[in-house]
Ligand binder design. Structure first.
Ligand code: PLP
Length: 481
C-alpha cells in the first residue's frame, strides 16, 4: 500500500477540519508558518499541503492575505441565461434616478449602497495632501502657461508604464488625460460617432454611459451580458453583422453593475470581432486594478492596441474628486487630442502633477494591495449578509473584483418600487432598470459594498425586510430563510 506523504496527510487533516466546520467557508486558514510550527512540519511541507487543498478546490490563496476556505455555495451564485436576446436599437432617455444617484451620494444618514463610490477612508488622502503641499512650496504653479491638451508627460508615462507591467504595451503618445473615465468615454464616442449613430453596449450597462449616449444623441443596441463572463459574444457578432454599429463599449474586467470578468480567450475574440470590422471598441477598465485573485486581469486592448480605446481613471482607487482619468486611444489618439483641445484645452495640471508624483513615489502598489484586500473582505461580508437577510429566491452575483454586487430579487419584486421604499427608510440602492435604455433588469438591484461599518449589517437586514414585504405582497408563498 502506498504510504501517504506528510503533506498529503496534513492536507487530509485540514480537509477533514473544513468538512467538520472548524474552518467554515470563507474563513481564513492558519498561516503557513502557524500551520508548520503547530504541527512540527517544515514550511515547504505546509506549502505543499495548502497547494493540494487548492487543487482539490477546498482552499484559495489571496494575495498578501493567506489561504482561505473556498466558498462552495455556488447555488447562490448567478449563472443566468441572458434575459432576452432580441436586440433592438433604442433611443436613450436620461433618468431622474440616475441623476439622483450622482447627487445623493454621501449623506451620512443614508445607507450608502447606491452610488458606486469608493470608501473615502480607503483613499490615500494624507499622502496626496503632502504631495500637493510640496508642489505648492515649489511655487509658481499658477504662472505655468505650458499646459497641453493631451496631459502632462510624467503622468502619461506613468500610465503607460503601469499598463506595460499589466501586459498591455501602450505608448505615452496615445494617452490623453481626461476629467475622469466619464470624459474618456465621451471623447472616444465623440471621435468615432455622429448624432443618431448606433452603439453596441452591454445589457446591463453602467448607467453613466447611458447618460453620455443620451447627451450625444446616440442610439443603443443592448447586447446581453452575464454575471460570470460578461458580454455575450455570439450575440455581439450577430449584432455587428446585422446592424450598422459604429462603436462597441464594454467592460471586460469587473463590469458595472455585473462584476463580470471576461475570460482571456473571449477578450481576444472581442478584440478580433471589432478589429476585423474596423469598429472601434471602447474598453472601460476602471475596476481592473481592484482584482481579488492573484494577478491583474489583462485587458482586451492587449490583443489589439491599435483599434481599442482603453479608458480608465483614478476615481476608484486614488480620488474621485481629483477627476482624473485617461484614454489610450491607439490609432485615434490624435483625433482625441484635437477634440480635447477644442472642448476644454486640457485637463487641470495640478491634480495631474500630484497623481504623477504619487505614482512615482512607489506607494501606489502597496496601497492597491491593501484596498483590494479590504474590498474583497467587504464584498464577501456583504454577500453573506444578503444571503442571511434577504428572502429565499434572492440570487447574488458575487464579483471577483471591484466592489459592486448585482442582486436578483425574488418573486419579481420591482426594483423601482424597492428603490422608493428603501429611500423612505434612508437606504440608497441602484435599481436594475437604470442600467438599460429599454428598462430591462427591473427585478435586479446593484449594491455598493465599498463601505462596511457597524450599521451595514443592520441596514441590510432592514433592506431585506422591505424586499420580503414586497415579495410577500406579490407572492405570499415566499418566506424568509
Ligand atoms: C463603470 C464606470 N465607468 C465610469 C465611471 C465614472 O468614472 P469617473 O468618476 O472617473 O468619471 C464609473 C463611476 O462610477 C464607473 O463605475
Amino acid at each position: 500500500m502506498k504510504t501517504q506523504a506528510l503533506y498529503e496527510q496534513f492536507a487530509d487533516e485540514l480537509a477533514a477540519q473544513i468538512a467538520a466546520g472548524t474552518f467554515p467557508e470563507g474563513s481564513r486558514l492558519p498561516s503557513l508558518r502557524e500551520a508548520a510550527a503547530g504541527r512540527g512540519l517544515s514550511l515547504s511541507t505546509a506549502i505543499q499541503a495548502y497547494r493540494l487543498l487548492e487543487d482539490r478546490g477546498l482552499a484559495e490563496a489571496r494575495p498578501q492575505s493567506g489561504y482561505y476556505v473556498k466558498r462552495r455555495h455556488k447555488a447562490q451564485k448567478m449563472e443566468l441565461e441572458p434575459e432576452e436576446t432580441s436586440i433592438d436599437p433604442m433611443g436613450v432617455t436620461l433618468d431622474e434616478v440616475s441623476m439622483g444617484l450622482y447627487r445623493g451620494k454621501l449623506d451620512p444618514d443614508v445607507a450608502p449602497f447606491g452610488a458606486a463610490s469608493p470608501d473615502p477612508e480607503l483613499l490615500p488622502s494624507e499622502k496626496l495632501d503632502r504631495i500637493v503641499a510640496a508642489i505648492a512650496r515649489e511655487g509658481g504653479f499658477a504662472r505655468d502657461t505650458s499646459f497641453s491638451p493631451e496631459g502632462i508627460e510624467e503622468l502619461r508615462q506613468g500610465i503607460a508604464q503601469r499598463a506595460f507591467a499589466a501586459g498591455c504595451p501602450i505608448s505615452p503618445d496615445e494617452v490623453v488625460i481626461t476629467a475622469g473615465c466619464s470624459e474618456a468615454m465621451s471623447l472616444c464616442l465623440l471621435a468615432v460617432c455622429r448624432s443618431g449613430d448606433l452603439v453596441a453596449i452591454e445589457s446591463p450597462a453602467y448607467f453613466g454611459l447611458l447618460l453620455i449616449l443620451e447627451a450625444m444623441g446616440l442610439r443603443a443596441l443592448e447586447i446581453p451580458a452575464l454575471p460570470g463572463t460578461g458580454l455575450a459574444l455570439d450575440a455581439l457578432e450577430f449584432a455587428l453583422d446585422n446592424h450598422p454599429v459604429k462603436a462597441v463599449v464594454a467592460m471586460t474586467n469587473f463590469s458595472n453593475p455585473l462584476g463580470s470578468l471576461m475570460p482571456d480567450a473571449s477578450k481576444q475574440r472581442l478584440a478580433r470581432l471589432t478589429g476585423r470590422r474596423g469598429i472601434p471598441l471602447v474598453e472601460n477598465d476602471i475596476y481592473g486594478e481592484l482584482y481579488f485573485g492573484d494577478k491583474r486581469p489583462i485587458v482586451a486592448k492587449s490583443f489589439d492596441t491599435d483599434n481599442i480605446l482603453l479608458c480608465s481613471s483614478f476615481s476608484k482607487d486614488i480620488s474621485p474628486g481629483y477627476r482624473l482619468g485617461w484614454v489610450a486611444a491607439g490609432r485615434r489618439a490624435q483625433d482625441l487630442v484635437r477634440l480635447k483641445m477644442a472642448l476644454t484645452s486640457g485637463t487641470s495640471a495640478l491634480p495631474q502633477l500630484a497623481i504623477a508624483r504619487y505614482l512615482e513615489s512607489g506607494g501606489y502598489d502597496a496601497h492597491l494591495r491593501s484596498i483590494r484586500r479590504a474590498y474583497c473582505r467587504r464584498v464577501e461580508a456583504m454577500a453573506e449578509a444578503i444571503e442571511k437577510a434577504f428572502p429565499i429566491g434572492t440570487k447574488i452575483a458575487e464579483p471577483e473584483g471591484g466592489y459592486l454586487i448585482w442582486v436578483r430579487l425574488p418573486g419579481g419584486v420591482d426594483s423601482m418600487e424597492l428603490y422608493a421604499e428603501a429611500a423612505r427608510a434612508r437606504i440608497a440602492i441602484a435599481p436594475g432598470s437604470i442600467f438599460s435604455p429599454s428598462r430591462k433588469h427591473r427585478d435586479y438591484i446593484r449594491l455598493n459594498a465599498s463601505v462596511w461599518s457597524q450599521r451595514t449589517e443592520k441596514d441590510l437586514v432592514r433592506l431585506g425586510k422591505i424586499v420580503e414585504t414586497l415579495a410577500m405582497r406579490d407572492a405570499p408563498s415566499l418566506s424568509r430563510k
